[in-house]
Write a protein that binds this ligand. Structure first.
Ligand SMILES: [Zn+2]
Ligand SMILES: [Zn+2]
Length: 112
């Protein structure tokens, strides 16, 4: 029978913190890159990718049923820690499960 040592508990805590930082990083990155893009003359919305990630499913094409986003985040954490989520992913209705839209700023074909 294995015993959980203090260092294992500490490692678990650090791992959780790192996971939280990893989850938060793309949002910070998106915030910074928005101003960078505009200064570079790139499309502010998509950075010349010609598509924007769905805000509802965050580009995954599916969302977890039940509960607001905060619950989904906890569910993601729980899942990534090896737990089984009780929330089943369902196809995102906002983006038709594509995970992204064509960028409205870039998809406009010039009529000239
Ligand atoms: Zn979506
Ligand atoms: Zn664009």
């Amino acid at each position: 029978m294995e015993q959980i040592t203090a260092s294992e508990i500490a490692g678990f805590g650090v791992g959780t913190l790192l996971l939280c930082a990893t989850l938060a990083a793309p949002r910070i990155d998106a915030f910074i890159s928005a101003s960078q893009r505009s200064s570079l003359g790139m499309c502010k919305r998509c950075g010349d990718l010609r598509m924007i990630a769905c805000s509802r499913c965050k580009g995954l094409g599916s969302v977890k049923s039940g509960g607001p986003e905060s619950f989904n985040l906890i569910g993601d954490l729980y899942e990534s820690l090896g737990g089984e989520s009780k929330m089943k992913p369902i196809a995102c209705t906002k983006c038709q499960a594509r995970g992204h839209f064509s960028c409205p700023d870039c998809s406009q074909i010039p009529s000239v």
